[in-house]
Design a protein around this ligand. Structure first.
Ligand code: T5A
Length: 211
């Protein structure tokens, strides 16, 4: 696989501000003259969006943890083959709202699925594909859930306990500490203008190194 574009992901618990920050990163890439694809997980393709509805909606409340994990990777396989790899191979950048770090954080940290099973699926489905830069918007779950609650009715994940989101947050932070060259941890508890400043610095520095 030959790629010239970079693959950037945004991560964080609910209400961390990923959607809000996505607009800023898009603007920075536009200003830098980088053609890019903006997408999200689960979703990003017609089949992926259909799987997203099954995963986030309330029709299948008692879904088994393994089913949830496999559906996340089914949506991801479709996304990688139909959208992400073709875009990267054409030299486009890819800006994605969540990727596999979310699986480690939610299905691993949150649900308690063994990491080795997630790693096996990751290696099968991704064949070595990894983000080049991951912006982790970090904040206490209480703050994130309050923000998300003001925005819309809770989806199937947003109905989880505070404890669940605490485990998700800790898992994200552990991953960021283990891979400091890929992750930039943003303090998302700060007012939006400060969050945007942190993100802007991180993306500008990345653009300089990528060329
Ligand atoms: N999932 C996903 C898994 O379990 N495994 C996986 O492998 C994957 C890929 C997806 C769900 O699927 C799960 C995780 C998720 O539960 P989603 O829609 O991608 O769901 O994610 P959400 O986190 O639900 O998206 P949200 O829209 O809730 O959160 P955002 O995008 O992080 O937050 P945003 O930008 O919409 O902001 C929320 C509100 O806060 C305000 C905004 O204006 C908005 O009103 N806000 C701020 N307010 C004050 N100060 C700031 N700094 C603010 N930043 C934003």
């Amino acid at each position: 696989m030959t790629v010239s574009g970079a693959f950037i992901t945004l991560e964080g618990i609910e209400g961390a501000g990923k959607t809000t920050v996505m607009a800023l990163v898009s603007r920075l890439l536009e200003e830098a003259g980088k053609p890019f694809l903006r997408t999200r997980e689960p979703g990003g393709t017609p089949l992926g969006e259909a799987l997203r509805e099954l995963l986030l909606g309330h029709r299948h409340e008692g879904m088994a943890d393994d089913t949830e994990l496999l559906l996340m990777f089914a949506a991801r396989a479709e996304h990688i083959h139909r959208k992400i790899l073709p875009a990267l191979e054409e030299g486009h950048w890819v800006l994605c709202d969540r990727f596999t770090d979310a699986t480690y954080a939610y299905q691993g940290g949150g649900r308690g699925i063994d990491t080795s099973r997630i790693q096996a699926l990751e290696s099968w489905v991704q064949q070595g594909l990894q983000p080049h830069l991951t912006l982790l918007l970090d904040l206490p779950p209480e703050t994130g859930l309050a923000r998300a609650g003001r925005r819309s009715a809770p989806d199937r994940f947003e109905k989880e306990t505070l404890d669940f989101f605490q485990r998700v947050r800790e898992n994200y932070l552990e991953r960021a500490a283990a891979e400091p060259s890929r992750f930039r941890v943003i303090d998302a508890s700060r007012p939006l203008v400060e969050v945007e400043e942190q993100v802007s610095q991180a993306v500008t520095a990345f653009l300089e190194t990528w060329g």
